[in-house]
Design a protein around this ligand. Sequence first.
Ligand SMILES: *[C@@H]1O[C@H](CO)[C@@H](O)[C@H](O)[C@H]1NC(C)=O
Ligand SMILES: *[C@@H]1O[C@H](CO)[C@@H](O)[C@H](O)[C@H]1NC(C)=O
Ligand SMILES: *[C@@H]1O[C@H](CO)[C@@H](O)[C@H](O)[C@H]1NC(C)=O
Ligand SMILES: *[C@@H]1O[C@H](CO)[C@@H](O)[C@H](O)[C@H]1NC(C)=O
Ligand SMILES: *[C@@H]1O[C@H](CO)[C@@H](O)[C@H](O)[C@H]1NC(C)=O
Length: 300
Amino acid sequence: MLKFLSTIRQKDATKLFAAISVALFLCIIVNSRNDSTSRIRKSAVEHIAKNYSAWHNCLMKNISKYDGNSIELWKNLGAGIKLCESIEEMKGLSIGDYSNSDETKRHILPNRKILSVIITLGIGHDTAAEEKLIKDLPHGSEFFGADPMHEINEDLYTKLPGKYFPFAVANSSGFFEANVLHNVSYTTKTVVTIDIIYFLKNLVKKTFIDDIWIDAEGAEYGIFDYFFNGGKFDENGITFCQFNIEVHDPKDQQKKLFHDFIFQLLKDRKYAIYRPVQGYHMRLFMVNFANEECVYKNIL
Ligand SMILES: *[C@@H]1O[C@H](CO)[C@@H](O)[C@H](O)[C@H]1NC(C)=O
Ligand SMILES: *[C@@H]1O[C@H](CO)[C@@H](O)[C@H](O)[C@H]1NC(C)=O
Ligand SMILES: *[C@@H]1O[C@H](CO)[C@@H](O)[C@H](O)[C@H]1NC(C)=O
Ligand SMILES: *[C@@H]1O[C@H](CO)[C@@H](O)[C@H](O)[C@H]1NC(C)=O
Ligand SMILES: *[C@@H]1O[C@H](CO)[C@@H](O)[C@H](O)[C@H]1NC(C)=O
């Protein structure tokens, strides 16, 4: 009997020991997982800082001699961006192409199944790029599009499905002389504009935006400084993880604005610039390397 009891106790003790070991083991795993995820979250920007610096050094080295020369910067920026987007430290970015009938939008898909918010400024009778992107994004991601010409655009954008707004978006509410696609050709037309801050905060009701596609027929010049550190977007707590921008056929004065835009973005060290496509216009793709959520979602 005693022998029997002691065997039981021995078995119990063994079981107890095993149970404690398993519990300890699980505890360590859970804790270390918690530790490592919170460490990545806290320092997503730091994790990628060296990569960003390498890109930044590369582009500064290539274009700093055009600081103060906006005509030459316009001519030479594209080559510099192409050089620097192909360095080793940028190889891990998966920039996707989403083309429509006359151009290609760029987008980095989220690494994790987190819903996205995409905004189109200037739909131009063509949502082929949005249609491709919506298939690649987690189900439930939201699309918002504005274009002053509601024929065709409203139908196309609503079908995505997306929410359509019948006006142009600019740095203030009022009127704007825009080249718009009407029927089959571009004509100059006075269009109604809505202030971009009001548009985002009160109509779209989003301040964390994964990607905004800006094709604003010249109105983009008026919002360049909104993207700067401490600018209108920062002031209003608005974040863009990525943006595509078409810089519209600049006159010399606008090349100066563009020059100041590029050099201030570099000074701010928030965005990196990729995929230049240049004709009369220049299209660029910008990626935010300074926001924790953005870096965690798209780059790490
Ligand atoms: C994870 O870590 C945070 C802070 O370090 C802590 O507050 C939280 O309780 C932890 N969660 C788990 C499941 O251990
Ligand atoms: C910038 O890069 C382009 C493309 O590689 C190259 O042709 C040009 O010489 C470079 N300029 C400078 C100043 O490094
Ligand atoms: C960061 O740079 C390293 C090389 O230094 C590279 O292996 C890695 O892919 C880069 N990360 C990204 C997101 O490009
Ligand atoms: C649109 O263009 C077509 C083809 O050029 C023309 O036949 C039609 O009358 C135009 N419609 C309007 C409303 O301008
Ligand atoms: C708004 O944008 C226009 C160009 O579209 C520019 O001329 C004007 O100075 C801008 N206004 C402000 C307050 O930034």
